[in-house]
Write a protein that binds this ligand. Structure first.
Ligand code: SF4
Ligand code: SF4
Length: 703
């Protein structure tokens, strides 16, 4: 228990609270069934501040409350338990606080849906986020709109899962407060999430501060038993220490005690420096067109017909990832918009704005937020259609969304979950940045959300300059000391007066210099074992992006790939619930500079010995399904089943990496294909400068 993460043996679909340890009472079912249905009223629609913004998003997500089921059902086990695990796992993956399942008694309906009878309900409970301090400007920005923001989030979670169920071939409909049709609170009692006292329902560990949503469906799954009234008194000593491997009361208290503008991770303890720890020759970094980006090149056919065909589905070919993609696409039109002509009076103080923006980002669900001024080279030069991009905003608010440690534990990194992990991060990011951007535009501040679906900026230099990480051996990936590489980013570019953060130095250059784990475990050998080079003005362990893109796009036994992220020793949970030995290994990781390079092999050896990077079957909650022609099937080519290979040795000198510098990129407006020339790209790699050579040349004024 002290050596290994206490949650290691806890199935992910049990959720963060120890609901499984609570006393149950099946008699409640009969009592509730007799009660007439009561409808929950929705939040008031506030038309100013964030409230007015969130109701527009609410309308967007509401389109996905119902829809058409796939024409054939997925191959599913007869055992209803794994079906329930898949649904509850999806709910927790999307950050629900509690999830339970019940049969729907006739008395719960006020308006049963037409068509297929819905006998089962997945009930989701979302604990409300902590409001910023009253002295924080974000408190007034949120104002009376807290309820509508929670309402929006729970609609997003429920709509994503309903789409997942429909993609498996079943009818499913979302019900949230304010909808006619079903008694949501009654179902929360029957699904074992809340206890009724008179007319009021309360949840164990949480109390009354939550929102509810129901997904009714004709999909049969294992049901839960209602809670016993005594479960409301379950906040005991065992809960405090993390009962059954659940999140402990101590960790909840630690998070709640931190100032609202600080993330849950102690980024304020990490050393700050004036420039990123890798050399950037600012005047030599070219602005690049979107057309040159390798996922775009795959789309245009530059990587061949197979990659072009698969590019349209590679990260969204499972029931859940397709559902998430539908919501992501709906958000794109709201990334930018008209700016109010009158500037609000409350946004003139950069220090207050900075604090408030960070608090608001955490309130809305970001995991780590940093701010930087935008260097010119971080703007793409041209959009995919060839039109020119003019840099407009001064600042970037950079937000990271954790892709989920426990789900990552259950996966190989390149199996059928990887795409959904990315889509979840992208959806959450687009929602947060979109809401913030629209709120600022209403205040007269030009702002634009820059998301994976549509971005005018390159996110990697911005993550670096915003002090959220250092460049890692994985290459075009910044690594954070607390979540490692396990995140997706979203950026809000804005003219709001802000104070920029400084870059960080936590010794990663030393650590990655001796640790090769990601390179060793990459399934297509795209990460270099050798030294850093200079590429387009950056000092970087330059990966073979063509190889990586091709593998991610055409992976036949999984959806995309994030195996480097999965196996990196800095992919950890470092909080009050982390195991002590894991925390020691992590401490060694993030203090590598002080420890000297000699210690790094010991830290990585320990990481392998602890089994980090192996799959933990206890954490796997999903089915391995692939969507082919609109139907979920068993993947015809199977599933990547990989664990770590500590004995694998590669001779860095023999590793053939292909590099495509700016001078061989397609033209910004090239709409036909430009086949890649891999031979030339391998040769180009052999001519790249070393960072020390580039620095000397630059200092002596050489071009
Ligand atoms: Fe290799 Fe996969 Fe990482 Fe690409 S994403 S570098 S293929 S491990
Ligand atoms: Fe660096 Fe090792 Fe992580 Fe690769 S696996 S990014 S070398 S710490």
């Amino acid at each position: 228990m002290f050596l290994f993460p206490r949650s290691k043996n806890r199935p992910f679909h049990f959720g963060p609270f120890p609901l499984e340890t609570l006393k149950r009472n099946s008699m409640v079912y009969g009592q509730e069934a007799k009660r007439p249905a009561v409808l929950l009223s929705g939040p008031d629609e506030e038309q100013t501040g964030l409230g007015g913004v969130s109701s527009a998003y609410q309308r967007l997500f509401s389109q996905f409350k119902e829809g058409t089921a796939a024409p054939k059902t997925a191959p599913l086990p007869m055992d209803l338990g794994p079906r329930a695990a898949d649904l509850k796992g999806a709910a927790y993956f999307l950050d629900a606080s509690m999830a339970g399942i019940c049969e729907i008694p006739a008395s719960a309906w006020t308006h049963p849906p037409e068509g297929a009878a819905h006998q089962h309900a997945l009930v989701i409970l979302l604990e409300h986020a902590r409001l910023p301090e009253q002295s924080n400007l974000a408190f007034s920005w949120i104002g009376k709109s807290a309820a509508s923001l929670h309402h929006l989030r729970i609609t997003e979670i429920a709509a994503s899962i309903a789409g997942h169920v429909r993609n498996m071939g079943f009818d499913a409909r979302v019900h949230v407060a304010g909808d006619p049709g079903i008694d949501i609170e009654k179902l929360s009692v029957l699904a074992g999430l809340t206890v009724r006292t008179g007319d009021v329902v309360s949840a164990p560990f949480i109390g009354r501060d939550f929102s509810l949503a129901v997904i009714s469906m004709n999909y049969a799954v294992a049901v839960d038993t209602p809670l016993h009234a005594s479960s409301l008194k379950a906040n005991d000593l065992q809960y405090w220490w993390g009962k059954n491997g659940a999140q402990s009361g101590r960790e909840r208290r630690r998070r709640n005690k931190r100032a609202s503008h600080l993330s849950r991770y102690p980024m304020e303890t990490v050393k700050r420096v004036d420039r990123p720890t890798t050399l950037i020759l600012d005047d030599e970094v070219p602005r690049v067109p979107k057309r040159a980006e390798f996922f775009q090149r795959a789309l245009f056919g530059d990587l061949g017909a197979k990659a072009q065909k698969e590019r349209g589905r590679f990260a969204f070919k499972t029931p859940l990832s397709v559902s998430l993609l539908d919501l992501i696409r709906a958000l794109v039109p709201r990334q930018d918009g008209p700016v109010a002509s009158n500037k609000a009076v409350d946004v003139g103080n950069p220090a207050e704005n900075t604090k408030a923006i960070k608090s608001l980002s955490y309130y809305l669900g970001a995991d780590l937020t940093g701010i930087c001024e935008i260097p010119n080279y971080a703007w793409y030069s041209h959009r995919a259609d060839g039109s020119e991009i003019t840099p407009v905003h001064k600042y970037a608010i950079v937000m990271l969304i954790d892709q989920g440690y426990e789900t990552m534990e259950g996966a190989s990194g390149d199996d059928w979950m990887s795409g959904a992990q990315s889509m979840r991060g992208y959806l959450r990011g687009a929602e947060i940045a979109g809401l913030m951007g629209q709120m600022l535009r209403k205040k007269g501040i030009s702002s634009r959300a820059q998301t994976n679906a549509d971005s005018e900026v390159l996110q990697i230099p911005l993550i670096l300059w915003a002090g959220l990480g250092e460049l890692s051996r994985i290459g075009e990936l910044v690594l954070n000391p607390f979540v490692g590489p396990r995140f997706k980013s979203v950026v809000l570019t804005t003219d709001l007066p802000l104070i920029a953060d400084k870059p960080i130095d936590f010794g990663l250059q030393t650590f990655c210099g001796s640790c090769m784990k990601c390179a060793r475990e990459c399934p297509c050998d795209a990460i270099p074992f050798g030294d850093k080079v200079m590429f387009n003005g950056y000092e970087i362990w330059k990966p073979d992006v063509e190889r990586c893109t091709r593998y991610r796009v055409t992976n036949p036994k999984g959806s995309a790939c994030g195996r480097c992220m999965k196996t990196c020793p800095i992919n950890k949970v470092v909080d009050a619930d982390g195991a002590y030995l894991t925390r020691v290994a992590s401490w060694m990781g993030i203090n590598a500079m002080a420890l000297k390079p000699l210690m790094v092999p010991i830290a990585t050896w320990l990481d392998d010995k602890l089994g980090n990077g192996m799959r933990n079957p206890v954490k796997k909650w999903w089915f391995d399904h692939e969507i082919i022609d609109g139907i979920s099937v068993d993947p015809p080519k199977g599933t990547n089943q990989r664990d770590i290979d500590p004995d694998r040795q590669v001779d860095a000198a023999k590793q053939k990496m292909a590099y495509y510098p700016a001078n061989v990129m397609p033209a910004p407006d090239q709409q036909d294909l430009k086949p890649i020339d891999r031979k030339a790209a391998v040769k180009a790699g052999q001519l790249l400068e070393r960072p020390s050579e580039a620095l000397l040349r630059h200092q002596s004024g050489g071009a």
